[in-house]
Design a protein around this ligand. Structure first.
Ligand SMILES: [Zn+2]
Length: 277
């Protein structure tokens, strides 16, 4: 399926990929481009309807229960993963880690620790290139390799996949399905498209706290994309953004707990609170 047909399947019509003012539940390319606001009452799922049957892309779950899933992308890294695990352990809350395969190979002990401590691990590709920059064959390959390096540690391919930068293409949906994944996006982030500065810890904290909703999927990062392993070295802007997210993390968790939210792994969130999927 090509991208336009995929977007049509999501109810977007023939609009372009970037800059779409997406209706509730529709495709988003990720908030960093300001394409849409994804905080709020998104439909719990969207059927992409492709050749192997319907695929559900999850932004959040439509529920009246005070539940959420905390998720972390781009790890494991030396800079952030250990401190994230420490904070999660301190509050006794589970999370789901969307891992970059290249980094899984370098830091398998971090992945073992995630599993040992009750967290869910998931696939965020092997090489962290956007599917919009890859051929369908490359997209399949990077998803497959990402799943397999995790399986080499955990024993099974992970259930969940998250697209790099939230870029969803028809080839990506095909590939993720072929590898056996469900696809998870997010509904709550550091910046719901309002231009929060990279180092604005107060602003980031407020965005997470004000953005939360029942059934929300919250995105944090314990890594810095490809710059964690590229020769050119760490991306300073990403490092600043990530530091701000993680500086806000303890307060955000405390607030969610004080508001009565139950923290669930991504599979438990879907399986327990989206009975019709
Ligand atoms: Zn990422």
């Amino acid at each position: 399926m090509d991208r336009r047909r995929f977007l049509k399947g999501l109810g977007i019509g023939t609009a372009g990929v970037v800059g779409v003012a997406a209706p509730a539940g529709a495709y988003t390319v990720g908030q960093q481009r300001g394409a849409s606001t994804i905080v709020g009452d998104y439909a719990q799922s969207v059927n992409a309807g492709q050749r192997r049957g319907a695929v559900t892309v999850w932004w959040s779950v439509d529920t009246d229960s005070k539940v959420l899933a905390l998720t972390f992308d781009d790890g494991p890294t030396s800079q952030f993963t250990a401190s994230v695990l420490r904070v999660l352990g301190q509050y006794h809350v589970p999370a789901s880690f969307f891992l970059i395969g290249e980094l899984v190979q370098r830091r398998p002990d971090d992945v073992r620790r995630m599993l040992d401590e009750g967290h869910e691990v998931a696939n965020h590709t092997f090489d962290h290139y956007s599917a919009t920059r890859q051929s369908p064959a490359e997209t399949l390959s990077t998803i497959e390799r990402g799943a397999d390096v995790i399986a080499a540690i955990s024993g099974t391919r992970p259930r969940w996949f998250r697209p790099v930068r939230g870029h969803v293409t028809g080839a990506l949906v095909d590939a993720a399905t072929e590898v056996g994944h469900d696809i998870a996006m997010w509904s709550v982030s550091r910046d719901p498209g309002i231009g929060t500065a990279a180092d604005d810890v107060d602003g980031v904290r407020t965005n997470y706290i004000e953005g939360i909703h029942d059934g929300g999927i919250v995105i944090f990062h314990d890594g810095i994309g490809r710059s964690a392993f590229e020769f050119s070295g760490p991306d300073e802007l990403l490092l600043t953004q990530r530091r701000a997210e993680l500086a806000a993390l303890p307060d955000v968790i405390e607030r969610y707990l004080a508001d009565g939210y139950e923290f669930l792994g991504i599979s438990d969130l879907i399986d327990r609170h989206a009975p019709n999927h």
